[in-house]
Design a protein around this ligand. Structure first.
Ligand SMILES: [Zn+2]
Length: 297
């Protein structure tokens, strides 16, 4: 593609404030695949505002981000991936591998982004991510790291749940049937009727008066689920993915967790809300189930 064929202006001169930024960048000579490049700000992507990238091979202009691909081809005959690899890694052929030790497949390039984790995937699939997290104990939810994600909760919530439980005021007739029916309804509605194949098992902090954690399954993305208001519940305070996978497996996981903790639920009228002091046990049990699931595959 030659430059005169491009219909719109691709690039803009540097403003004085941009020049100050560029002058503060190091200049690194990169030799890769027989070619030499001078890279401004080697190791990272430099952007001006939301819409313009610095051309880090010339250091002298800003380029519209959604036409950067076109610019790189016309100016340098480089793909976005090649440019990114040169500027960030100094190796035009750089190819990261799936972090799961038993996989190590080459990973897909997602596009140029100032955030490295958005430029390349870290895993080739959700199942590799889950396997890696279970194997290494680095899951947000399944490791000691969770303290970072969950605040301590006040004694009030714990006492409230305890009182309810000890009062013996449980108007349910057969909770096991209710939990089973919930699972079957979910699968009938989302798997059978609407053809969803993937679902997410999550744990959330509710926004109710008393701090509770809630185990749930959804076919929505988690942010949408957290903000979703139903007749019986407010948006969630926070939401965390435990597992994403086959909808039948996910429904089964939720079912088994609810069964395991049914006698210790926070309120007699909910089979998915628990006091936050059960968090550690619920996560431990979930980890055990996930191990079994992954080993069985
Ligand atoms: Zn993989």
């Amino acid at each position: 593609m030659s430059k005169h064929k491009l219909k719109f202006k691709l690039k803009y001169d540097l403003r004085p404030s941009d020049k100050i930024t560029v002058n503060s960048l190091s200049i690194t000579e990169i030799i890769t695949n027989g070619s030499t490049y001078k890279v401004y700000g080697f190791g990272k992507i430099v952007k001006f505002g939301r819409a313009l990238y610095l051309d880090q091979l010339s250091g002298n202009c800003r380029v519209t981000n959604n036409r950067f691909k076109e610019y790189l081809l016309s100016e340098y005959n480089l793909t976005e991936k090649e440019y990114y690899n040169i500027v960030v890694y100094g190796d035009i052929d750089y190819t990261p591998l799936c972090e799961y030790s038993k996989c190590r497949s080459p990973l897909e390039f997602l596009g140029i982004n100032v955030n490295p984790s958005r430029s390349y995937r870290k895993y080739c699939s959700f199942s590799c991510e889950t396997r890696h997290r279970v194997e290494s104990g680095t899951s947000h939810m399944l490791s000691k790291n969770r303290s970072k994600y969950f605040k301590d909760h006040d004694e009030k919530a714990k006492e409230y749940g305890k009182k309810l439980y000890e009062s013996g005021n449980h108007p349910f007739s057969d909770p096991l049937n209710t939990i089973l029916a919930t699972k079957l309804n979910f699968l009938a509605n989302f798997r059978d009727k609407r053809n969803y194949s993937i679902a997410r098992l999550y744990i959330a902090y509710t926004s109710d008066l008393f701090d509770e954690i809630k185990i749930g399954v959804t076919t929505m993305d988690l942010r949408s689920r957290a903000n979703y208001i139903r007749d019986d519940s407010l948006p969630y305070k926070s939401i965390h993915l435990l597992y994403q996978g086959d909808i039948t497996e996910v429904a089964e996981l939720e079912y088994l967790i609810k069964l395991e903790f049914v006698d210790r639920r926070a309120r007699s009228n909910s089979y998915e809300a628990f006091n936050s002091n059960l968090l550690k046990e619920i996560l431990g049990y979930t980890r055990k189930l996930l191990r079994n699931l992954l080993e069985s595959q």
